[in-house]
Design a protein around this ligand. Sequence first.
Ligand SMILES: [Zn+2]
Ligand SMILES: [Zn+2]
Length: 247
Amino acid sequence: MHSQIPQEGVVFAVNILPFNDTSMDQQPALVKIKTFEFNPLGVNTYVLSDETKECVVIDASFFYADEREVLLNYILDHDFVVKHLLNTHLHFDHLFGINTLASMFELKLECHRADAFLLEDIPGQLKMFGLPGTNADYKPEIGRYLNEGDSITFGNQSLRVFHVPGHSPGSIVFYNESAGCLFSGDALFHSGIGRTDLPGGNYDELINQIQTKLFRLPDETIVYAGHGPTTTIGFEKKHNPFAGMVM
Ligand SMILES: [Zn+2]
Ligand SMILES: [Zn+2]
């Protein structure tokens, strides 16, 4: 069933209709989710909007000029008003587009404090992947630190923050309860989890956080991960080779 989950598009309240029901096209949209896969590391950038035209950007990670154009055109062509720049964590590959959007829309990044140390050596992180760049290029200014239980609002939408350390100490995820979707960053992937061998990573902690926080969400919750395809909480509870088999 997970193969029928749309990669992007409009998500409807899952208690109205199952998300693979084609008749849902006639229903009013709650939140529109647009997915972009950017940069050499294949990071998913998400733009969430609703009928008010307010939107948020999660993990703005465009790297090349044509990627930047695609994202900016999407925002400008829809007359979206960007309310928040959110990051699931501060690994360099999830940060490439922040400074551009921050200056264009006069916003500052919102993220968890425990990842701030990662911003001190962005060139060192880049070098591991053979990419050029300096702190001046990519180091964002942080406007607000997010914590477990915080809520982020835009339009008629609300995103709840969960702190799920393990991939990085400051990894957070964003949960839209009314739409039944979760933006999991690099904590939880389709049939995978984030690597835990980078600075501040902790395998046991990540598994524990996934099982005690994310797997408590409804099974039908659609998971939009930091890399790769979408999945659901129910599918990962059953089939995730690292954290699964928790019923
Ligand atoms: Zn990461
Ligand atoms: Zn990543």
